[in-house]
Design a protein around this ligand. Structure first.
Ligand code: FES
Length: 82
């Protein structure tokens, strides 16, 4: 079964129970955020909640770790400088 979510304003589908970070890793380029100081692209590294490189905004709440979040129908995700 699949769920629908929005990533940066565009519709996407994912498998029910899938980790949000794995969905974002399929995007091209697989950038999760830009570094707040120099704007360099960052992507998930540890996939277990340690490095904080996977931070995104989920349903309006910034700084959430995508590797610790399971996708759900109607979820809105924004990537950006954080
Ligand atoms: S990938 Fe390291 S905290 Fe999410």
């Amino acid at each position: 079964m699949s769920v629908s979510l929005m990533i940066d304003g565009k519709p996407h589908s994912a498998n029910e129970g899938e980790c949000l970070a794995s969905v974002l890793m399929r995007q091209q380029p697989p950038v999760f955020r830009q570094h707040p100081v120099d704007g360099s692209p960052r992507t998930a590294f540890c996939m277990m909640g340690v490095c904080f490189e996977c931070q995104v905004e989920i349903d309006g709440i910034r700084g959430q770790q995508a590797c610790l979040v399971v996708v759900r129908d109607g979820m809105t995700v924004r990537r950006g400088r954080m």
